[in-house]
Design a protein around this ligand. Structure first.
Ligand code: NOJ
Length: 573
């Protein structure tokens, strides 16, 4: 195994050199046959993660929750949902990962809680000290206090009969937003974070952390500006104060990976979150490259325009090169499967999955691998709305039919199958056994029927599999600082099919060429690239030439990485 978690000084923290693996626990591995993945199931797969070579696991929420949004609606931050196990199971996961030198990053969901959280129950009853824990507003039951829209569709307000007032929820009605103006809320959140740090976590992934501050008075939003109200809650007025306070009180002087999920953040916003004079986050998840194919909303999608996609990536690479750090991802539990979206999940499934992995592992920043991506898992068919599990997709279908945008499910099925978050949440495909080896029971969501072909067991024994390619990519990433820290430069920005770029670090150079198209093409290496000394270190085609010709003839979805030898000795691994 090549070095892991080697970093160690201020300029080279471990999380810059890490590859992070995201686990969506409900769908990862079920140990007790109830059809729901669990912590014991995850612990059993520690060797798999070790073998893949990843350095850290980001674990999506496993806390007490009524599961209106699969755990992103937390009713108890300091306990484990019984379907996942208990704190002893969690400690077991922590220990088996740590024994393998794999760090554990927990999801921190503090923009909102569940409406079943004790704080909300007390707030609803206006108990002493809790009345202002959430955003409450008086008003008539048929007239919401402002025009803000929920990210899951419909108004961002619900009327609570018990208190006789409205409360704000930027997501589902079961996810009321916490009032971060209230210092008692902040103290409770800090205390909870400290509690998890004492349990030995290595960082946090902060759910929609740039939504925690809302414009004073909660004024109406511009109804013509996308999601109504967003200008009053995305990157809101006090967000940096809140994060700095959190940093000073809880996170300072610790060796943590802290990644903020920040929809709607620009490069300039991101610099404030992660820059040297920023709020102390390690990196953010920005959304520009995963909304590039959206129309008015995520349910109106188009083909991914490569030139625009490249421009976005290049902008973020340059924008955070000196001030901050990038996260690099193409998939997660909220996005459709990347191979179906950016690649080709038919004839070129393997090839395009490898190409996309090549992209994420050769950009500057920290790569995140979402479970199943490493075996090229694809979007799934959802033949009927009854097969959908996600609150967002279900809301969409219901509203589309109600508002007459569709007569029936069949009219919007294609959109749902291309877009729904459930695509990412079908069970991890471990083998061709019943239910993909995920569970002995009935899975909470159907398996993708392609599991007989696409599964870990099969991929393991196939030297040409996506899985084995990922292992190589991760090892290469660990081996070469050039890939982690090297300066990025986009080449041939207008080429509609080829994504090519160079990397440069001290005396070392790299050239990465990706044909993101289902047709063969040729690529003239731009004159500014010094081809001398570049050697092929990884490619997804057998016959790629070992050195860089003036013109590269590329097969459909062909990916090649050429690097100069490491000055520490040897090329690649
Ligand atoms: C972002 C999470 O990634 C998503 O899954 C969740 O639904 C929302 N935040 C609300 O917590």
């Amino acid at each position: 195994m090549s070095r892991r978690n080697a970093g160690g000084d201020d300029d080279h923290p471990w999380w810059k050199e890490a590859v992070v693996y995201q686990v969506y626990p409900k769908s990862f591995n079920d140990s007790d046959g109830d059809g729901i993945g669990d912590l014991a199931g995850l612990a059993r797969r520690a060797d798999y993660l070790d073998d893949l070579g990843v350095d850290a696991v980001w674990l999506c929420p496993v806390y007490g929750s009524p599961m209106a949004d699969n755990g992103y609606d937390i009713s108890d931050y300091r306990s484990i949902h019984p379907a996942y196990g208990d704190m002893d199971d969690w400690r077991q996961v922590r220990d088996v990962l740590h024994e393998r030198d794999i760090r554990l990053v927990m999801d921190l969901v503090v923009n909102h809680t569940s409406d079943e959280h004790e704080w909300f129950r007390r707030s609803r009853r206006e108990e002493d000290g809790y009345a202002d824990y959430y955003h409450w507003r008086e008003g008539e039951p048929d007239e919401p206090p402002n025009n803000w829209e929920s990210i899951f569709g419909g108004p961002a307000w619900s009327y609570d009969e018990a208190r006789g007032e409205w409360y704000l929820h930027l997501f589902d009605e079961k996810q009321p937003d916490l009032n971060w103006r209230n210092s008692a809320v902040r103290e409770d959140v800090h205390g909870m974070m400290q509690w998890w740090l004492d349990e030995g976590v290595d960082g946090f992934r902060m759910d929609v952390i740039n939504l925690i501050s809302k414009t004073e008075g909660l004024p109406d939003g511009d109804p013509d500006a996308g999601l109504t109200g967003a200008e009053h809650f995305m990157n809101g007025p006090r967000v940096h104060d809140r994060l700095r306070e959190m940093h000073d009180r809880v996170l300072d002087d610790r060796d943590l990976l802290v990644v903020g999920e920040t929809p709607g953040a620009s490069v300039a916003d991101a610099r404030e979150y992660v820059g040297p004079n920023g709020d102390g986050l390690s990196m953010v998840f920005q959304f520009e490259h995963v909304t590039v194919d959206h129309g008015d909303d995520k349910w109106t999608t188009a083909d991914v325009p490569l030139a625009e996609f490249k421009e976005i990536i290049a902008k973020w690479q340059a924008g955070l090169a000196d001030e901050g750090w990038n996260s690099v991802y193409l998939s997660n539990h909220d996005q459709p499967r990347m191979v179906s979206r950016f690649g080709d999940d038919g004839e070129y499934r393997r090839k395009s999955a490898k190409l996309l992995g090549t992209l994420t592992h050769t950009l500057q920043g920290t790569p995140f691998v979402y479970q199943g991506e490493e075996i090229g898992m694809t979007n799934a068919p959802f033949e009927s709305p009854d097969e959908l599990r996600d609150v967002e997709a279900k809301n969409y279908v219901e509203r589309a039919v109600e508002h007459g945008e569709a007569d029936c499910y069949e009219d919007i099925r294609e959109t749902v199958e291309a877009t729904a978050r459930d695509n990412a949440r079908t069970p991890m495909q471990w083998s061709d056994d019943t239910h993909a080896g995920f569970t002995d029971g009935e899975p909470w969501i159907e398996c993708n029927p392609n599991y007989a072909e696409v599964n870990v067991e099969r991929a393991r024994s196939d030297p040409d599999s996506v899985l084995n390619y990922y292992r190589e990519l991760i090892a290469l990433r660990h081996e070469r600082d050039l890939l982690v820290y090297g300066e990025f430069e986009l080449l041939a920005p207008d080429d509609p099919d080829v994504f090519a770029y160079s990397r440069r670090l001290d005396g070392e150079r790299g050239l990465i060429v990706l044909n993101v198209a289902a047709d063969a093409t040729s690529f003239d290496v731009p004159a500014e690239v010094d081809r001398d000394g570049l050697e092929l270190v990884i490619a997804n085609a057998d016959d790629a030439p070992a050195t860089v010709p003036a013109t590269l003839d590329l097969d459909p979805y062909e990916a090649r990485v050429y690097l100069t030898p490491s000055q520490e000795g040897g090329v690649g691994q």
